[in-house]
Design a protein around this ligand. Structure first.
Ligand SMILES: Nc1ncnc2c1ncn2[C@@H]1O[C@H](COP(=O)(O)OP(=O)(O)O)[C@@H](O)[C@H]1O
Ligand SMILES: [Mg+2]
Length: 258
């Protein structure tokens, strides 16, 4: 195994007095598909912001590609849960939205060359949206919009794609095919994936690794090891009834819960 893409060492973070993350140690290796799960308020989005350099830990270090002062942000794609908020009048097509993901690489006023157009089409295809290239983004369902945002995030060929609860706003019926699409990105395009989700039940047959977060990291390892844990182990980790997780899973579609 080479150098991890993400290495989090002894990281603690607090917004005010109390730590929301405590002594987190975690690695993401190239090629992994890691699912980060935990109840609401457990620090998942905070952890993502620390990885993305939007917050600085009070303790510990975050290294990306072996560097603590990482700057090549186009090597990291990010899709948040709030991305899918375009109204139906928004004047941009699927192609244009995905193309905008190349701005960092091309500069704003550089013309797209043919091979750039091909990259845009390739990204659109890998999220299964090739029949919608000319459609206005606002005319798509929440799940389709999320696919387009994933295409925009991967068009510049990042090494890793980070997704923070991307299935919020995706119809329950389409959630499984959304995860199938992520699995394909990981397997076929070789993109390392870090997926934050409530949806632990649905992803255990997709991910290679699981991290269970609730202020501290209660479990971090291969999915096979995770599946060996029984309910008692998990309850102990979470310090309350673990059925919360499966409950949140089954109440998907209500508000923000998945
Ligand atoms: N900007 C902020 N200022 C103060 N507290 C915050 C802020 N953002 C999040 N928190 C608190 O930090 C904790 C972790 O939040 P968050 O990382 O968003 O959790 P999750 O994504 O798992 O729901 C929560 O108690 C939340 O209220
Ligand atoms: Mg969150």
């Amino acid at each position: 195994m080479g150098e991890p893409i993400i290495e989090i060492k002894a990281v603690s973070y607090r917004y005010d007095r109390e730590n929301v993350l405590e002594n987190i140690n975690m690695e993401v290796q190239k090629g992994a598909f890691i699912g980060v799960v935990g109840p609401n308020g457990s620090g998942k989005s905070t952890l993502i912001k620390l990885i993305l350099g939007l917050l600085k830990p009070q303790k510990g270090t975050v290294s990306l590609f072996g560097q603590t002062k990482f700057k090549e942000w186009d090597r990291i794609g990010f899709v948040s849960q709030k991305a899918n908020s375009f109204n139906s009048g928004f004047p941009a097509t699927v192609f244009e939205v995905v193309q905008s993901g190349l701005v960092g690489k091309l500069g704003l006023f550089h013309f797209m060359k043919n091979h750039h157009k091909q990259e845009v089409m390739k990204a659109i295809k890998s999220v299964g949206m090739e029949n919608f290239t000319k459609r206005n983004i606002g005319e798509l369902s929440g799940g389709q919009q999320q696919r387009v945002f994933i295409a925009r995030a991967i068009v510049s060929n990042p090494d890793i794609l980070i997704l923070d609860e991307p299935t919020v706003g995706v119809d329950e019926m389409n959630v499984q095919s959304f995860y199938d699409m992520l699995e394909k990105l990981n397997k076929d395009r070789g993109i390392t994936l870090l997926l934050v989700t409530h949806d632990i039940g649905t992803i255990t047959n997709k991910v290679s690794h699981v991290a269970c977060l609730n202020k501290t990291l209660h479990f971090h390892g291969e999915v096979e090891e995770f599946e060996k844990l029984d309910t008692d182990d998990l309850s102990g980790m979470y310090n309350h009834d673990v059925h919360l997780l499966s409950h949140e899973h089954s109440s998907r579609g209500e508000g923000e819960q998945l």
